[in-house]
Design a binder for this molecule. Structure first.
Ligand code: CMP
Length: 139
């Protein structure tokens, strides 16, 4: 079925001017960018977005990293978009990511791993609503 997922190009990637190269991977996989904006997250916003991880040991570092530079938040649409996006991102840890995936090609570390993607259609709906209003999404 046609789905939408929330994607974030993280500060390590925007810093290295990789937005276009990463978007090309997504588009080549059949994902369509139906909304996109460049933002500077605050600690409050990054912490709220990653609230599910608030008890994890890496939470503080993750929030600091996510506010270390601009991010590009996007809504991607396509057939099986959630899984397709996760496939082309590759594993969270770039050392475990399959060749050709965004993280294998571009990620610096398990934390500075260049991209975020929703992990289920339910979370995608919540994460999309966190960043975008309906009139900003243009299929
Ligand atoms: P993301 O898919 O955005 O979800 C949580 C993020 O926490 C993850 O990508 C990484 O950027 C970061 N992170 C840092 N350390 C770890 C870790 N040990 N395990 C999982 N995620 C981590």
């Amino acid at each position: 079925a046609t789905e939408r997922t929330l994607s974030i190009i993280k500060p390590d990637a925007t810093r290295r001017n990789l937005t276009g190269k990463i978007n090309a991977v997504f588009e080549d996989a059949g994902l369509r960018i139906v909304a996109q904006k460049r933002m500077q997250l605050t600690e409050a916003v990054a912490g709220a977005f990653y609230a599910v991880h608030k008890d994890r040991p890496f939470f503080g570092d993750l929030v600091s990293f996510m506010v270390s530079g601009p991010v590009v938040v996007q809504v991607l649409e396509g057939e099986n978009a959630v899984l397709k996006h996760r496939d082309v991102m590759g594993a969270t840890d770039p050392k475990k990511a399959a060749p050709g995936t965004v993280r294998a090609q571009f990620a610096e570390s398990i934390e500075a791993n260049s991209v975020h993607g929703s992990d289920s259609p339910e979370n995608a709906a919540n994460e999309i609503a966190f960043f975008f209003s309906q009139i900003e999404i243009l299929p």
